[in-house]
Every structure is written in structure tokens, then in C-alpha cells.
Design a protein around this ligand. Structure first.
Ligand SMILES: [Fe+2]
Length: 128
């Protein structure tokens, strides 16, 4: 099993290099906190909040995956150069249609050099 690096609040980290490493690899979920059952619902995942990640041929964000709890919902894959080979925030918007009572959204980002990173989960209430 590959190691899954978990997000850590960077305000509690002293070294700038470590803040940068954690932040630029962490997926941040942005969405409404209430969804409607059986209706399209947008979930945006942004890699990095304060720090941007390279898009080099040997070092880039290869995929962003969205889960509801332990269930994989969707995955976007990238090739190097999609983000212009410059440091940027990889941003993906997924559109899902919830069918249950709540969502427990969790995102993973995969860097070709630094592995899998998991962000903070987000709870969404699904109105029936
Ligand atoms: Fe990386």
C-alpha cells in the first residue's frame, strides 16, 4: 500500500519549505454545504492554497480523485504541460449527483515525485 500523506494545518508548521511542501500537495475542496438529492452538485478541488505546484515533465500533479467516504466518485488525470509547465494551482471541478442523505467528501492529489496527499474532508447535507 502506498503511503497517504495527510494535510496538516501549515500555521502550526515552522519551516517555510515544509509549509510549501504540505500546502502545494494538498487538495482543498470548495462546495456548498447543502446539496439537493438527484440534482447536479459542483465540487471544486484546488491543489494548494497558499503555494503553487510545478508542472514539469518529471514533476507534476498527475491526478485528482474525489471520494464520498471510502467510495471513489471521480478522477481527473493530467499530463505534464497542461498547466503550461509553470507553477500553478491545479484546479478541477467535478459535477456529481447525490442520491443519499449526506456526503463525506475527501480528495486525493497525486504528485509524480511526492506521492498521494489527502485533504481535509467536507460534510455536505443532502436535502431530500
Ligand atoms: Fe510535488
Amino acid at each position: 500500500m502506498p503511503k497517504i500523506n495527510k494535510y496538516q494545518d501549515i500555521s502550526e508548521v515552522d519551516r517555510v519549505a515544509k509549509k510549501d511542501l504540505i500546502d502545494r500537495h494538498s487538495p482543498f475542496i470548495t462546495c456548498e454545504n447543502v446539496a439537493k438529492i438527484n440534482e447536479p452538485f459542483e465540487v471544486k478541488v484546488t491543489m494548494g492554497n497558499e503555494f503553487t505546484h510545478p508542472d514539469d515533465f518529471d514533476h507534476y500533479i498527475e491526478s485528482v480523485t474525489l471520494f464520498d467516504g471510502e467510495t471513489k466518485l471521480a478522477q481527473a488525470t493530467y499530463v505534464p504541460g497542461t498547466l503550461g509547465n509553470i507553477k500553478a494551482h491545479n484546479t478541477t471541478t467535478f459535477t456529481i449527483i447525490p442520491t443519499g442523505k449526506k456526503l463525506n467528501l475527501v480528495a486525493h492529489g497525486y504528485c509524480t515525485k511526492h506521492g498521494i496527499w489527502e485533504g481535509t474532508s467536507v460534510e455536505v447535507v443532502v436535502e431530500q
